[in-house]
Design a protein around this ligand. Sequence first.
Ligand SMILES: Nc1ncnc2c1ncn2[C@@H]1O[C@H](COP(=O)(O)OP(=O)(O)OP(=O)(O)O)[C@@H](O)[C@H]1O
Ligand SMILES: [Mg+2]
Length: 279
Amino acid sequence: MATDVHRPVNHQVTEEPTAGASTAEGTEAATELKPKAKAEAPRPAQAVRVEGLTRSFDGRAVIDDLRLDVRAGEFVALLGRSGCGKSTLLRILAGLDRDIEGTVLVPRRKAVAFQAPRLMPWKKVWRNVLLGLPGKPARAVADQALGEVGLSHRTDAWPKTLSGGEAQRASLARALVREPDLLLLDEPFGALDALTRIKAQRLVGELWQRRGCAVLLVTHDVEEAVLLADRVLVMDQGVIAHEQTIDLDRPRDITDPRFAEIRGQLLERLGVDTAAEAA
Ligand SMILES: Nc1ncnc2c1ncn2[C@@H]1O[C@H](COP(=O)(O)OP(=O)(O)OP(=O)(O)O)[C@@H](O)[C@H]1O
Ligand SMILES: [Mg+2]
């Protein structure tokens, strides 16, 4: 797994990237499509390492000396009140924002999916999936990823003819063709109705187990976080203020009393009055 170093503007990066990694500055997500055998290659233990990360807007530090580690293949969910800096952190990890202080080490192969699917309306679904990939990737690459998300029947469709859930799955397929070691998801199910959302959550869980990549999922939904993640983080005041390992067996059962207990603890951390919620 090659490592991308996001060099901060005001701070010297002292960390060495993982052995065999590219240290080239600004080499953004240069995705090469490799055969599936890649999955067998040994992975370094760490997918993300962030130390002393600070990001300010107009003199206000939204992220303030933040530390974060994500293990290779780990599923991490990130919670926090609106405006606390979750998307800012995700954009930095994705390499979309480099105006930072501190150290950020991420895999070179990473992909991001946002709440809005962001499909180009003038390109058919399969062409959207391949958008931005280097070279001339074969259509079969898109077809395979679309098959994985259950959209084989919509590869030739125009984006405007897709339902919300289908568009979101197309967006996931676009992330998958990058064969990411790190998948960054910013509220990808936020706009979906309850039933479609449950199906999409299940799909992401299956894709993660099949692909074995690290996932960082930003969500407002505590239940979703406990359902999917190995570890749930709560962001507050510019740092990771709380973390909780979810040691429940998979597939998880939301009616399990331990599930409810963990959910309650996290809601409390988020400042939600669970007694009032139950009333
Ligand atoms: N480009 C920018 N310029 C100025 N301020 C910004 C910019 N981007 C983000 N901010 C501010 O940084 C803070 C954190 O924003 P961010 O989008 O990261 O929050 P969030 O935790 O993702 O919120 P939400 O849950 O509502 O999506 C907000 O106060 C926002 O206004
Ligand atoms: Mg956000």
